[in-house]
Write a protein that binds this ligand. Sequence first.
Ligand code: NAD
Length: 305
Amino acid sequence: MRVLITGGAGFIGANLCAFLTGFPGVRGVVALDDLSTGSAANLEGSSAELVEGSILDRPLLDQLAAAADTVVHLAARPSVPRSLADPVASHDVNATGTMNVLEACRASGAHLILASSSSVYGDTEVTPKHEDLATRPLSPYGASKLAAEAYTLAYGSSFGLPVLPLRFFNVYGPLQAAGHAYAAVIPAFVDAALRGEPVTVHGDGEQTRDFTYVGTVVRLLADAALRRVTSPAPVNLAFGTRITVNHLVTLIGEILGKPPATRHVPARLGDVRHSQAACDQLTRLFPTVDPVPLGDGLKHTVAWF
Ligand code: NAD
């Protein structure tokens, strides 16, 4: 099997490249990345071939997808705040870029696995979030992911493209960058705590998140690629284990042996209050999946820093 990973030099993509290196049945891995948030250094230790380029380059995508059996489409402008700063740029990469990937897969017949996001649900009091819930994105990022997901489903039904749209929740682990304005909560907290600085909590910290360790995500993506798993509807990729941000601070303090100081700032525009996945669809498609528990995943993450 030959795999094309768009966004392959990013956090999840590089972890997937490393996992697939030497994986039985995998003959070649190509990472297509414009290195806007990813980096070539992330691919050290993997035998993936890095092609520096953009998913907005149709001829390049066509050429790469023609040589792939499965495309794992991770390339995106991630982050809610980034999309608030420049909604059109998020649309261009996340929605139009996904159209390009779909067209390339339509031409080649490649299986497509899409990284959508829990942000498509928006703010709803209903937890856990089941895939049948109405989608009401709060941010341009969520809207762009919903558009990508809708087009992916439409290509599945209209053209018989084999697709698997997965709604990632909060993924964390090694290679997730800290130290920039759009850093995700776990690397931002670990980085601050290790430097002896207060961690910045948005709002009261009682908002909840459903965290999934990246090792669990890449094992599942590899399994999906090898078994060519498809779904005619979006599938949550998380395990329903939500915790509050305040509790997360406590857990990180326990691992470091010292509770970090906290600094509270106003809640962020576009952030949802509670996030927890229903995972019955996921476990139906992946009955043997065995997620890494949060405590273990946090220890691996802290060890990586
Ligand atoms: P990331 O920023 O580390 O990876 C995205 C990669 O895409 C980067 O390497 C970036 O350089 C690349 N990229 C951006 N624009 C590109 C373009 N035009 N052409 C080619 N490459 C481009 O982010 P990540 O956390 O690894 O996220 C991977 C995917 O998972 C994204 O689609 C993201 O929206 C989705 N997702 C992630 C999370 C999470 O918690 N990390 C949650 C929900 C959804």
